[in-house]
Write a protein that binds this ligand. Sequence first.
Ligand code: FES
Length: 380
Amino acid sequence: MERTEICNARKRSCFAATISTFVCFALFLNLITNAAAFAAHHLVTIHQLKQNVIQTRLCEQRANVKELLGPVSPATMQSYNLPPSILSSGWSAQIVTRTAKSLEETTDVQLIPRNEKDHFVDTVTVEIPLYSSGDVDRRQEGLGIELLEIEGGREDGLGIVIVKGLVPGGNADNACKYDNTPSQIERIMYGDSIVKADLILRRRGSGTNEEQTDVRSIQTECLGYDSMVNQLVGLLTPLNDHAMINSATVILTLKRLRRRPRIDVQLYYPPAQNLPPATITLQPGDNLRMAMLQRGIKLNDPLAQRYDGKPTGSGNCGSGGLCRTCAVSVLRGGELLSPQKLNEKKMLEDTPRWRLACKSWVGYGMKEGDVVIQVNPRQW
Ligand code: FES
């Protein structure tokens, strides 16, 4: 709570942040006139940010989670958007150290959720044409995005800046007007943070009619307001030479805080086991067998037929998809599980409701909901 109040005290009015030279000038004036007033806040903010920086090392990610979750629609993701009151105080930063094969270490700073238990970081890209048609030439108007600094004032230029809004009628506002298919396309939202920007310029070659394409990129993750504006203004500088430019497009990569989807798995045990039903809450990408074992749920069915030549009752195959000891009967919510592959389908063709828990990952399509299963289905 104390941190939020400090952040709020530092919020600057950035209405003019159309990422143009005008903004730079305004910002310069702003800095001069408010320098003394900001000094006290800066000291506190630096202290706060340092306390929130976590030295960490990337652990190996499950490489195939994306594949297991299948296609994800923007409409589904939009149901996990968070309200502005959470977005304005939901970001933090961490230092990430990566070790290459050569043992060389690189370090960078990443945006992370302050509440990692309930929120996650999604990445969206938005294309903003800086167009010119007829009398209207918007190529030099900048992006038209209002920015808000919630952490900053550090000498190293690091900080946290989010999108506050879009300038009505500006380039970003025009690019986000998808009135026909609003749920199928991601727009720029309050609370997004720009982490990368690419400028794609198509221009006439000198002395020739051939069109050339230039691509320029900048990284802006965890930059404070001043550094971010400077980077964006620098990226757009080639637009000053607009006479030679046929078209210009900016592709923004934005990090967005979203609520973690949840899948409630209701478990029913065979009457002979005399156990009450239980519910476990999982997240997309969790493996059903691992999640159940971690919660002490016994899956090993001694009656299960094996497919690896070992005798019945000789243990499990350790998620190899060969022993069927982890089979469960899915009464509801089967569509929230990753689809069966051919081997599993063949093994369970006589029992269409059954799934191998070791080959089932929850949250297919990043969807949330309830899954109802019977444990040890041979004992029912
Ligand atoms: S643990 Fe053997 S098939 Fe799942």
